[in-house]
Design a protein around this ligand. Sequence first.
Ligand SMILES: CC(C)(COP(=O)(O)OP(=O)(O)OC[C@H]1O[C@@H](n2cnc3c(N)ncnc32)[C@H](O)[C@@H]1OP(=O)(O)O)[C@@H](O)C(=O)NCCC(=O)NCCS
Length: 329
Amino acid sequence: MPVAATQIEVLDLRHFSARQLRPLLEGEAHVWEQRLRWDYRSSTELLLQYLDSRILPGFVALDRGKICGYAFCVYEGHKAVVGDAYAVAADPDHALQITQILLHRLIELLDHSPNIERVESQLLLYDSGSIDEGFLHAGFTRHARLFMECNLSRGALNAATAARGRTLPPGIELLPWSANYYQAAAELIHASYAGHIDAEINDQYCSLHGSLRFLHNIVRFPGCGVFDAAQSWLLVEHSTGHLAGMLLCSRVAPEVAHITQLCVAPHGRGQGLGRVLLDHAMAQLLLAGFSAITLTVTEANRQAVELYASSGFRTRYRFDAMVLDRSVS
Ligand SMILES: CC(C)(COP(=O)(O)OP(=O)(O)OC[C@H]1O[C@@H](n2cnc3c(N)ncnc32)[C@H](O)[C@@H]1OP(=O)(O)O)[C@@H](O)C(=O)NCCC(=O)NCCS
């Protein structure tokens, strides 16, 4: 271990109050804004409330008595999700070392938790490969993911949409999001990710119950930005009332939208539905004054990556999703 890292003391997160952790978290919110154009302040406030209840499993790093990092996870039944890991130091490499020390302790804790069968982690602040060592050593599988961004401009959007000229097939209507379709939306998500690589990364996709939970997190909590019902769209089949596709959007900063979900029912794919949803969402966001859209996508999900890239999205970062599933080993 590098000399600098040995000065670091690691203590249980539950010994610390929100007041003590606030400066670190506010600094982190600034990094989120710089790197991902994400106003993280509402998430910070929510997290501080949880921290004050002293129930989150995790660790704090101290450098000569001063708080310099933290990491925590949340339990969802037999699964643990790494919530965050973040550290500061004068030297960025030293900050990464501290982050890795914290993650190492977290992984060790989870390894000794007999009820935890599965661990998932997606830490968007870290470039692919930069904090993976402890995870890989513990047997995690790595899936590369992309953070993509599109700067909205009327000229580029008009040209791209006109060139494609995609329209909806007869019998399918595009409607704004409505909570009346909540259950149908969860069913669509579940069906859309059957056998999909993203269901290996996020096991909520593997069941209807999990898909409802996923939807609940997006629509009701600010963890992925604030859900924007007016900028979220459904494709409804006239004859059956079933959903053929869906695009959900959140606001992550005053002028920045984040696509939290895009899916088309398996039987309706390859007919331009995904394209129509994305074109429509982008045009409406531009009209509503947004200047950029971001999203994350698994690199191996070629259809989706192609769709986004051909719509003007560019990869800004590559980060890793790490998964440990003890039930299959
Ligand atoms: C990604 C998804 C939404 C695309 O929906 P779709 O209705 O099948 O896509 P479209 O028919 O509108 O095709 C749009 C573009 O996607 C790409 N695409 C679609 N199917 C493809 C395939 N089989 N291979 C490669 N590219 C493909 C092409 O770039 C296509 O461009 P085109 O309009 O010039 O033909 C759909 O496959 C899906 O729901 N997948 C599962 C959920 C998912 O992965 N969501 C994205 C998570 S980030």
